[in-house]
Design a protein around this ligand. Structure first.
Ligand code: HEM
Length: 413
């Protein structure tokens, strides 16, 4: 047994002879989480696991431990550290390329994040709402025109966030397919390190060129404003801005895409909840929070590494051990959410952890909420008889991806 493994109660399924189980756990049951999470919550909430490279890591499976560790400065979120935990070799190589604040500790993290917070205020996000509504209408028009059956993932879920990101950063809409391809190019679990790194590099290069264009011809958009306020006043280099932008593009795309696909399917699988939403459109706000709680599509982040030995809820996490805060598990912790396995769009789930917690909590959550609220309002108004066009068991879930979702969702109406 390695020095990190501590004796645990007999009910803990993660300890005993041999090394702790390999993480990630296989996920092959649509909306059901790997059973290991519930077992860990009950028997050993801070559960030891082994990563692909033999590194020891710990899973935070309960809400209270998740929120405590993510504000504890004895844990680092520096992606560049050699002991920073990853679930694949490809992910390790792209972590090493990450030069934006998502992979930094304070004070550097806050220094850079503050340069963008003005661009993500509620006021700015609400200013984008008319564009989100228009783009959603246009995509639904195209779907209606093409006629059933249609792939909702390709025609709506992938397109909308990419087009909205163009509005946010001030890129021409024609670029959205290219941005989308690069942003998605690094999330597959089977992705080779070379392909993942090339996608990451190409996206930064796209951002460098965008910055040059906006510097030459400023407009009323986020990139132009940050150039004026931070770059031309020598607070931020062009290279640091390119790295930040590329991270925002990646963060804002695949996550929202997968929430649209999964969220639509989940509502269709719960007709009683969908009926409530159709009867009372104001329920869309709590419904989106509940979908985020239930689905928690970011599977293997937030991550941290222990800077010293730390005791967390009965387990000793040793210096250099990795930590995965498992949002999907913490969001189904019965100590925090009553009857957590039940989808209930009327509950107040707004304190869920699908957007992370602590200094790295999602910067774009306001925009994500607007996109999801607009989509789930308009989609079921436009197609009140929307239904899945293929058997549920045959739908291709992204069992192999860092962000959980659907490759395709064939629908009819
Ligand atoms: C439903 C959609 C989304 C989900 C589930 C989601 C989830 C998350 C999570 C879990 C984190 C924390 C990562 C960590 O601690 O390692 C995060 C960070 C972040 N997200 Fe999102 N996100 C979504 C949409 C967006 C959008 C639309 C944007 C931008 C327009 C965005 C921008 C960011 C940024 C910039 C960070 C890094 C924050 C920091 O490190 O300070 N996200 N997101």
């Amino acid at each position: 047994m390695s020095k990190s493994a501590q004796p645990k109660p007999a009910t803990c399924p993660f300890t005993g002879a041999g090394e702790p189980p390999r993480f990630p756990f296989p996920r092959d049951r649509q909306f059901t989480l790997p059973p290991e999470y519930a077992a860990a919550r009950e028997g050993c909430p801070v559960a030891p696991v082994t990563l692909w490279n033999g590194q020891r890591a710990w899973l935070l499976t309960k809400y209270a431990d998740y929120t405590a560790v993510l504000v504890d400065e004895r844990f680092s979120g520096e992606f560049a550290r050699d002991d920073f935990p990853t679930v694949t070799e490809a992910r390790r190589s792209i972590d090493k390329l990450e030069k934006s604040f998502v992979g930094m500790d304070n004070p550097r993290h806050d220094h850079f994040r503050r340069m963008l917070t003005k661009e993500f205020t509620t006021k700015r996000m609400l200013a984008l709402k008319p564009a989100v509504e228009r783009l959603t209408d246009e995509l639904l028009d195209a779907m209606e025109k093409a006629g059933p059956p249609a792939d909702l993932v390709a025609m709506l879920a992938v397109e909308l966030p990419a087009l909205v990101m163009c509005d946010l950063i001030g890129s021409p809409y024609e670029d959205h397919t290219y941005i989308m391809k690069l942003a998605a190019g690094r999330h597959g679990m089977g992705q080779s390190p070379e392909v993942a790194a090339k996608s990451a590099n190409d996206l930064v290069q796209y951002c460098r060129e965008l910055i040059a264009r906006k510097e030459a011809a400023p407009a009323d958009d986020m990139v132009s404003r940050v150039i004026q306020e931070q770059v031309l006043t020598d607070r931020l280099t062009r290279e640091d801005l390119a790295n930040m932008l590329s991270m925002v593009l990646r963060a804002g795309h695949d996550t929202t895409t997968n929430m649209i696909g999964l969220g639509t399917l989940l509502l269709l699988r719960h007709p009683e909840e969908l009926a409530k939403l159709k009867a009372d459109p104001a329920l869309v706000e709590p419904a989106v929070e509940e979908l985020l709680r239930f689905l928690s599509p970011v599977q293997f982040a937030p991550r941290r590494v222990a800077l010293r030995d730390v005791e967390v809820n009965g387990s000793t996490i040793r210096q250099g051990d990795g930590v995965f805060a498992v949002s999907a598990s913490a969001n189904r912790d019965p100590a925090e959410f009553a009857d957590p396995e039940r989808l209930d769009i009327t509950r107040d789930a707004s304190h869920h952890l699908a957007f992370g917690y602590g200094i790295h909590r999602c910067l774009g959550q306001g925009l994500a909420r607007i996109e999801l609220q607009v989509v789930f309002s308009k989609l079921f108004q436009r197609f009140p008889n929307l239904a899945v066009a293929e058997p549920f068991e045959s739908l291709p879930f992204k069992y192999d991806s860092q962000i959980y979702g659907l490759y395709r969702l064939p629908v009819t109406w």
